[in-house]
Design a protein around this ligand. Structure first.
Ligand code: UDP
Length: 254
């Protein structure tokens, strides 16, 4: 399957609707369609650490494009419609569910910090966790009871989110395995489209996934994701570019 992102084109931007840490969302002539612009800005630790990763916007736009296409080909619907430039994609407008859905295949990050599980321990079955998408509260981990108490999603929606997250994990884990990259964990955001269907939104990139290079066991050397920025490991741009190169090669292969 070879579906390269479209080459850069002059893109007309509508009204700016929202500017987040890594992306800007613009309106288009069609209220059911939005334009996403990928920035180079990087933040970590709830925006306490700020910086720029050169060309991150371009790389994440391209990686997200390939991965959204891969999910679509596997029958998993996403908000992605068309990549229109090297930092821009048209997406379906979604009413975003204020949950960050994290899938974990190996222990890392906050899971290790909060539970003492050793870094890299395989989690079988994979974990699906829900965090409250709320910067002011520091995106706290939720329980089923808390989701109910806050009325963030219905019982049925939670079941759907869990099922979709695990299906997406299967497709992405297999894809990255073909790139000789281990998909350690990742964060997804979902929303409801104008038809009332739950679709995957946001992005899938080294900003939102932990990706370990299988070419080395070195604990710092294997990191190909935003942990290089979070932990000041250096060579952030090179790591993101390496992920893109592998994703392109794998997408061109089959
Ligand atoms: N993640 C994210 N945005 C967030 C929090 C987490 O994209 O606001 C991703 C993160 O990159 C990792 C996964 O979700 O791939 C799990 O993150 P974790 O809970 O371990 O938190 P962290 O260690 O990143 O603070």
């Amino acid at each position: 399957m070879t579906m390269a992102p479209a080459p850069s084109t002059s893109q007309s931007f509508g009204k700016k609707l929202y500017e987040g840490k890594a992306k800007i969302i613009y309106a288009t002539d069609d209220p059911a369609v939005l334009l996403t612009y990928f920035k180079d800005d990087a933040t970590a630790f709830n925006a306490q650490k700020k910086g720029q990763i050169v060309d991150k916007g371009k790389i994440n736009c391209a990686i997200s494009t390939y991965l959204f296409q891969r999910l679509t080909a596997a029958g998993l619907e996403t908000h992605w419609l068309e990549t229109t430039g090297d930092r821009t994609m048209l997406v379906k407008a979604l009413d975003i569910i204020p949950l960050e859905v994290v899938v974990r295949n190996l222990a890392a990050g906050s899971l290790c910090k909060q539970t003492g599980l050793p870094l890299g321990q395989r989690l079988e079955p994979s974990l699906v966790e829900f965090y409250y998408k709320n910067d002011a509260l520091g995106d706290p981990l939720l329980t089923g009871d808390r989701i109910r108490a806050l009325a963030l999603a219905s019982e049925e929606q939670i079941d759907t989110l869990r099922r979709l997250a695990l299906n997406i994990n299967q497709v992405l884990t297999d894809f990255f395995m073909g790139c000789a990259i281990t998909l350690v964990d990742f964060k997804l955001e979902f929303g409801i489209d104008t038809q009332g269907q739950i679709l995957l939104g946001d992005e899938i990139s080294p900003d939102t996934c932990r990706l370990w290079d299988q070419a080395t066991d070195d604990e710092a050397g294997r990191v190909l994701d935003k942990d290089r920025f979070r932990q000041d490991l250096g060579q952030v741009e090179a790591a993101y570019q390496r992920v893109l190169d592998k994703v392109v090669a794998q997408s061109t292969k089959n």
